[in-house]
Design a protein around this ligand. Structure first.
Ligand SMILES: Cc1cc2nc3c(=O)[nH]c(=O)nc-3n(C[C@H](O)[C@H](O)[C@H](O)COP(=O)(O)OP(=O)(O)OC[C@H]3O[C@@H](n4cnc5c(N)ncnc54)[C@H](O)[C@@H]3O)c2cc1C
Length: 303
């Protein structure tokens, strides 16, 4: 399709296969860009924050990549899947609760109806909500380029604020996946933001916990943002929880350890450093508690 109304791009393609998408990107040799719902990219181009591109390659029409499925050990999400689809998915509500919760707070319904989790991850913003949910679940992404496809842990894809190791002019993030929470596992997400909404979070955090039969923590993942240049896994706090009983003391201690390893921003319009510190101190223990309750609920998957 040729664009006549604006000079931001000249051609817009809707490939039906990954091979076709990668071939288009190869042909444009860096002058084309992959687009999902466009809720970040189109806004940036319109604001002049992104240089115009010769062609857009829309990844949302690729056959088979518009759905969520259960495949052996993983729940797999295609790059065309929107936040609204994730929020409605029984599979994700049940087996990846923190991802469902994190996608449910993104923008408003219009943004969630077209914005994709793939776009959220590929954009690599330090506080991308869906990304933070996927990171806590131990998510992985599949990237396709002319050299073939590769899976990598989502945390290995971030290079800096808005910078990704995915070459978005030459590669397509095709699928995302995570291992479903099992018996004695639970996850939760919480975001603090200004009441008027539709702006970046003050703090967005997600956790995944696994408990042993004696209620000790045998696995923990904690992700959050914005607490540094990229969405962040708080490994020191994760390590501190291992082998501890799932108790308020352990959760409060994890929050104190997290505070020592993150770098909280102060911003004139959103929140002071002290306020963010208080929010982390308050909500990390509560979010851990919610994940632990879910892990111990009947069937292990209470909502
Ligand atoms: C009003 C408003 C409110 C918002 N609120 C929030 C919020 O609360 N929380 C939040 O996290 N975000 C928010 N956003 C940002 C945005 O909606 C999300 O980041 C969304 O997930 C982006 O997905 P998309 O499909 O629209 O990405 P796009 O805009 O299409 O693309 C984003 C980036 O990813 C690349 N890309 C997209 N898909 C692929 C792919 N398959 N392979 C390789 N590269 C790809 C693009 O080249 C671009 O660099 C908001 C945006 C708006 C406009």
């Amino acid at each position: 399709m040729t664009n006549t109304s604006t000079n931001s791009w000249n051609h817009y393609y809707t490939p039906k296969t990954v091979t076709e998408a990668v071939e288009l990107l190869r042909r444009y040799d860096g002058r084309a860009r992959v687009i999902g719902g466009g809720t970040d990219l189109a806004v940036e181009i319109r604001r002049g924050l992104h240089r115009p591109v010769e062609a857009m390659v829309d990844a949302t029409r690729i056959a088979g990549l518009d759905k969520i499925s259960r495949e052996t050990d993983y729940i797999v999400i295609g790059c065309g899947v929107t936040h609204s689809q994730i929020v409605r998915s029984e599979l994700i509500i049940r087996y990846g609760t923190c991802l469902s919760e994190s996608c449910s707070v993104i923008g408003g319904p219009q943004v969630r109806n077209v914005g994709t989790l793939a776009g959220n991850v590929a954009h690599a913003l330090p506080a991308g909500d869906g990304t933070i949910g996927l990171l806590a679940l131990g998510g992985e992404i599949e990237v396709a380029g002319t050299d073939g496809t590769r899976w990598l842990p989502v945390e290995n894809s971030f290079r800096g604020p808005g910078k990704s190791f995915i070459d978005r002019n030459r590669e397509v993030l095709t699928r995302l996946r995570f291992r479903p929470t099992a018996e004695r596992e639970g996850s939760a997400h919480h975001r603090v933001m200004r009441p008027q909404g539709l702006c970046l979070p003050i703090i967005s955090l997600a956790v995944r916990l696994r408990l042993g039969d004696d209620n000790t923590i045998s696995h923990a993942r904690i992700s959050m943002g914005p607490v540094g240049p990229v969405p962040y896994l708080v490994e020191a706090a994760m390590d501190a929880l291992l082998g501890k009983p799932a108790s308020e003391d352990a959760f409060v201690n994890a929050a104190e350890i997290a505070l020592q390893s993150v770098s909280l921003r102060a911003s004139k319009y959103r929140a002071s450093h002290e306020y963010r510190e208080e929010m982390l101190r308050t909500y990390l223990p509560r979010t851990l508690q919610r994940a632990a309750q879910r892990a111990t609920a009947a069937g292990g998957h209470d909502s």
